[in-house]
Design a protein around this ligand. Structure first.
Ligand code: SF4
Ligand code: SF4
Length: 459
């Protein structure tokens, strides 16, 4: 390791007792990566061998009660791309990359829309259209087996871990949403200015230059693998103000990020509010997507297809894009700016709306499902006949306190919008007007949350 003579700052997590030791110790990181690889491999294996939910509570619990809510959502909302740092795809991919022919990635594959579009079409659409199919152990196992095989082939063939920076759908999501959290990898510039060894860059298999991260206010495609931090102690993992990377301008060219925010806001936050939250309320039968879906079910029945889910998704996506584009078009016109430029300048506020809002679901579902799912997966793995009951039910009032995350998400999004508008050359009155208009999707989200809170449950 390049040991420069310096004392770590107080807000540098790498100087903290447990977390610093964890990230800077290559053996500990290796152990964690091996465990995550074993979890992925076992979930896929058991999903293929025991294909139904009745015979296998393990595969579904690992993917949908551990990986998705905690390894992805909670980690993105806090430490950013930390999941990528322990990702089994890139862990094995690093070794494959060294063995492979080191070809440059062809131009047509340098398109983040390929992987992200596939995620929308192969995961989110089937999730609402065929909900009973996608979460069966066999289908989950095949889905991740195909993704894993594809990732490893790409890592083997193309140099500089190009799969992560150009194709990986998970990486597209983590790198965009990691800006919501409060940790940023950067370097101590007082040492970098005179450095001639560039050990951090030499250690980075993604060919990144961490000494530019702070200046750009972006970590680009950094996977927080910590190889650079283990190569030079001038590398820091700094605690920052939450959403610093979102609320301040960046010189990095990342036009895809805002599209990722709006798409996931539509397919996760708004569709879930329509289909699951309002869909379980006392007015369920009166909802337009339920009525249209039931009508389609009667007219064109398709085995396993949930028409109500399809219509809820379609309406949520259409409404979200209409509100976002409509309010942005009006705002852009008021200050005579092209709407696409305005979209890229202020659309970052949608990231906390989706991600922090999702914590309301994850917090309550930990007690309602995830904890007992994971305990039952453990019992099944060791051959025990014991079963764990959920830690709470919907009747426990305190479980609904996690719904407060929805209001935190609204305040957070409004604050980021306010900060982003501050970088446009507008007067105080214009800024307030733009804030009210451009926040249309935030007001709509707030309306859905409050409306749901005012009507009784349907069960
Ligand atoms: S970008 Fe994808 S493959 Fe790369 S580390 Fe992140 S999740 Fe893994
Ligand atoms: S910049 Fe550092 S932490 Fe980020 S991918 Fe490169 S080596 Fe890993």
């Amino acid at each position: 390791m390049n040991q420069v003579n310096r004392t770590r700052r107080k807000n540098d997590l790498l100087g903290w007792p447990v977390i610093g030791w964890f990230f800077t110790n290559s053996k500990i990181m290796l152990g964690v990566r091996l465990i995550v690889l074993a979890l992925l491999g076992s979930a896929i294996y058991f999903g293929l061998v025991y294909p139904t939910q009745e015979t296998n509570p393990y595969t579904g619990a690992l993917f949908w009660s551990l990986f998705w809510p905690f390894f992805l959502i909670v980690s993105m909302a806090t430490l950013g791309t930390v999941f990528c740092g322990i990702c089994p795809h890139s862990f094995v991919g690093k070794y494959l990359n060294r063995l492979g022919p080191q070809k440059p990635l062809p131009g047509w594959l340098k398109n983040r829309w390929l992987g992200f579009g596939l995620l929308l079409m192969a995961y989110w659409v089937p999730l609402y259209a065929f909900p009973d199919v996608l979460k069966t152990p066999w289908v989950s196992a095949v889905f991740f087996l195909v993704l894993t095989t594809f990732a490893w082939v790409m890592f083997y063939r193309y140099r500089n871990m190009a799969y992560c920076s150009s194709l990986c759908p998970i990486g597209t999501v983590t790198s965009a949403f990691s800006k919501v959290g409060f940790a940023q990898l950067k370097t101590d510039q007082t040492h970098c200015e005179t450095c001639r060894s560039f050990d951090c860059t030499k250690a980075c298999e993604w060919n990144l230059r961490p000494y530019f991260f702070e200046k750009k206010n972006s970590m680009g495609d950094c996977t927080l693998c910590m190889d650079c931090a283990q190569a030079c102690n001038a590398v820091e993992l700094t605690l920052t103000r939450p959403s610093k990377q979102l609320s301040q301008p960046s010189t990095a060219k990342e036009p895809m990020n805002v599209w990722v925010y709006v798409w996931l806001l539509a397919v996760i936050s708004i569709t879930m509010r329509f289909h699951h939250s309002l869909g379980h309320s006392a007015i369920k039968e009166d909802l337009p997507w339920v009525q249209a879906g039931q009508w389609l079910e009667a007219m064109m029945p398709v085995p396993m297809l949930d028409w109500v889910g399809v219509v809820a998704l379609t309406m949520a996506v259409t409404l979200t894009f209409a509100i976002v584009w409509g309010t942005f078009a009006i705002s852009a016109r008021l200050i005579q700016m092209p709407v696409k430029t305005y979209f890229q300048s202020v659309g970052q506020f949608m990231a906390p709306l989706m991600l922090i809002g999702a914590l309301s679901h994850i917090g309550s579902f930990f007690f309602l499902h995830y904890a007992s799912d994971l305990m039952n997966a453990g019992y099944w793995l060791v051959g025990s006949a014991a079963t764990a009951e959920p830690l709470a039910t919907f009747r426990d009032g305190w479980v609904h306190l996690f719904g407060l995350f929805n209001y935190v998400a609204v305040i957070w999004a409004l604050w980021v919008l306010h900060k982003r508008l501050g970088y446009l050359a507008v007067s105080g009155f214009q800024r307030a007007t733009l804030w009210l208009i451009s926040g249309g999707i935030i007001w709509f989200y707030l309306f859905l949350v409050v409306f749901r809170a005012l009507i009784p449950s349907g069960h």
